[in-house]
Design a protein around this ligand. Structure first.
Ligand code: SAM
Length: 221
């Protein structure tokens, strides 16, 4: 697998930083759920249900930036069976293949998704758009919309306007913003907002910060 990073951020994730992140990322569902409870006061399984609970469990779902596959394992726990993950990092892809069962994991970039138009019912990200440079967001968002037949789903750090933040002392690798609004602005007339919910942190170390989960639907889908 050749990573072939095309941006400074992709180089960062395919290098040592990404590898260390991957090694820190839990493979245990209980720990992962506890992480969500500690940070937001809800399990991720409960958050997922609030947004995807109405979907047929046969829905085909892609996670862009899946790392070790924790989110996909969570979706499996929610009952979904047709799950796909893509990540720029070969090391994370290797680990995701090791940790998950019956999940399709491939190496690739959100800038150029290796899937056909409309192949998925849902294309989503979890803490990934925040690591895409604002200059590259239109391309990643367009790719996600291209590959989705119906829904775009996300959970990302929220601020009303795009703001640069430090990420573990690194500058130029993380932002926060209103990603649902940016999707709507980048692809005018193509999407509508179905649901949006703010999840303020309850973890005392993160008080004042908020994440946002959103579900967008392709118009006419
Ligand atoms: C903060 S982690 C989030 C991992 C996972 N979504 C989760 O919630 O546990 C960001 C992930 O996105 C991946 N990534 C970053 N830029 C990417 C890109 N352009 N295309 C695909 N994956 C990317 C990184 O390698 C990393 O695994």
């Amino acid at each position: 697998m050749t990573p072939n990073p095309s941006t400074k951020q992709e180089t960062f994730w395919t290098g040592d930083f990404g590898r260390h992140y991957t090694d820190r990322n839990s493979r245990h569902l209980e720990e992962w759920n506890q992480f969500y409870l500690d940070n937001w006061g809800h399990t991720k399984l409960a958050m997922n249900e609030r947004f995807l609970g109405h979907l047929d469990r046969e829905a085909r779902i892609l996670e862009v930036g899946c790392n070790t596959g924790m989110q996909l394992m969570g979706l499996q726990e929610n009952g979904f069976q047709h799950l796909y993950g893509v990540d720029i990092q070969p090391y994370a892809v290797e680990k995701a293949k090791e940790f998950t069962q019956h999940v399709n994991i491939v190496q690739g970039s959100g800038l150029d998704l290796p899937f056909k138009d409309g192949f998925f019912d849902v294309v989503g990200t979890n803490g990934v758009l925040i690591h895409i440079s604002p200059d590259d967001l239109p391309r990643v968002m367009a790719e996600m919309v291209r590959c989705s037949k119906r829904y775009i789903w996300g959970f990302e750090y929220y601020t009303p306007e795009i703001t640069t933040i430090k990420y573990r002392d690194n500058v130029g690798y993380a932002w926060k913003g209103d990603y649902a609004r940016l999707f709507l602005e980048q692809l005018p007339g193509q999407l509508r907002l179905v649901q949006q919910e703010f999840f303020p942190y309850v973890n005392p170390a993160e008080l004042g910060n908020t994440d946002c989960m959103y579900l967008l639907e392709k118009v006419g889908a």
